[in-house]
Design a protein around this ligand. Sequence first.
Ligand code: CUO
Length: 669
Amino acid sequence: MKLIPACLVVAVCIAYCCGVSVPADSGLVVRQYEILKLLNKVHEPNRIKEQIEIGNSFDLSTALTGFKNPNAAKALLKGYKAGSLLPRGSIFTLFNEKHRSEMILLFETFFYANDWDLLFKTACWARDRINEGQFVYALSVAVLHRSDTHGIVLPPPYEIYPHLFVNSEVIHAAYKAKMRQEPAIVRMNFTGTIKNPEQRVAYLGEDIGMNAHHAHWHMDFPFWWKEHEYGIHKDRKGELFYYMHHQLIARFDLERLSNNLPFVEPLSWDQKIANGFYPQTTYRVGGEFPARPDNYAFHDLENIKIKDMIDYTRRIREAIAQQAVITKSGEYFYLNDSKGIEVLGDLMEPSFDSKHPEYYGALHNYGHILLGQITDPKGKFNMPPGVMEHFETATRDPAFFRLHKYIDNLFKLHKDLLPSYSKEELSLDGVQIEDVQIDELTTYFEDFDIDLLNALDDTVELEDVEIKARVRRLNHKPFNFKIEVNSDKEYTAAVRVYIGPKYDWFGQEITLDEKRLYMVEIDKFVTKLTAGHNNIFRKSSESSVTIPDRETTKVLHKKVKDALKNSTPLLVNKDVRHCGYPGRLLLPKGKIEGMPFPLYAIVTDFEQEKVNDLPFDYDYGGSISYCGTLGHKYPDSKPMGYPFDRPIGREFYYPNMFEKDVVITHKES
Ligand code: CUO
């Protein structure tokens, strides 16, 4: 072990306390290396000799005393010996109860291993014996939640499973290139044609960064998470379910406006879905993702009936109207304060913490399944799961946003029954925002290459060649803004910044009470105010809503190898997050002639909102607003979306708030 000079210890401690990167110890570097290897080419048998040998010689049945709770490992082993587990090569979906319960056994086996050594051996064993989809998901969630793997970076999901992110044409072209042993870059187009208006916003629904964010949100906040068993509290999980998805829809709605499309309409169980969807995406094994024709109606599935969905909805509406849900034990749990949204989120998703899953059902999860299996409801054709049955692919289908708007409107019903914010809740004594200045806002499309190495089968005869998919993706020029604030005294201030629509689809200016439903949070941060005039400077890259581009597996792999050779230390952030809206999507696409959007900023007293004693600028690994934190409390106590989450009262504007129109211009490239 290397000794670190005393001066470096101080620097490292300061850096760590604020959540930034520090050199990894050698143990963590090795763990990072092994995890990368375990997640490489998961569809094929492991090629890493040492890992194969460890897996072959490991006997789970004699290692059971090494698990804090061995029950899952025992049950997994029993299923494995009986041959009843989902085989390798089959399609795994979290929405299938059998697939999920097996995956949970594997997760718990990983999670309860008392040390890294046992986790690693178990993972080497499982790598070639358990279904690869279950393996990747269970190992990822375990790595995100074990204390000895904090700081490990997982490869981006579009590099683990390129098939879920790129279309069939690209995969075919990639195979051809591999057969010819020629490096290739294959251009990928978005699904659909100009005849389908929804195609105009396909670039957002199919954005690989947005899909990766969504997939990771559901790994950080799994609906099956048993908090009391696992001992890790997911702070405000139900509310985050509401808010993150609400923001996904609001952001999609802004994008629709700039593409001359109306806001998303919620779907309804007894109405046909006007817009069909043809995913043009193929599973690696198991056929094409099913398509849905236009004007297709929901159908009963064997275990999910439309009538039940209508009943669940009615019961939820009743609970909202009475501002109380009924629990399993027949008691009322009241919703009439800012905690009600948490209970409703758990109820509608539903998570393991639903107050009464039998009575309120599984409205949202069943919605995903009904949409996913809509074209083969009786399983007559043994179609594979639809895009809605994977969090990696769900937003590709415009019906995703319609389902979530339906759910979101139920949340809205609840929020609309809460009192508007009062003067005390909105204003801040002696604080006035004088101006907000912002750079020119420009959006554009750019090319981005996805590594397809994991999409193609390995052959002993053929070497790997570099094959990539080239996709178009939205980006914006980096921008800075300055908020000028006068204050009578010192404050530790929370600053929230939103952008919203000015006009509706018809070109009519909309009221603030309507705009608030489409308000997109673009930043939230805490800063110090001194008495007098303050200039608060902020960069778009610092937004707490987003994360930067994910590092590629190749780059990560190289860094780890360099660290193992001791040439360059591997920098890690123990709070690293994989969840986070892509930074380049922070702004909705503008128009070539410029498109106005109202921008709002509000300053409040962070001392009144803070929930812990961490430094006020602790970064929590970024992406706090939509992704909360891992292992900490959500850093402020205000309802998410404040002050736009509740109806606008008669008095809304106070000096600590500022509104101005900004213009986003789109540049053709
Ligand atoms: Cu994220 Cu429906 O919860 O997709």
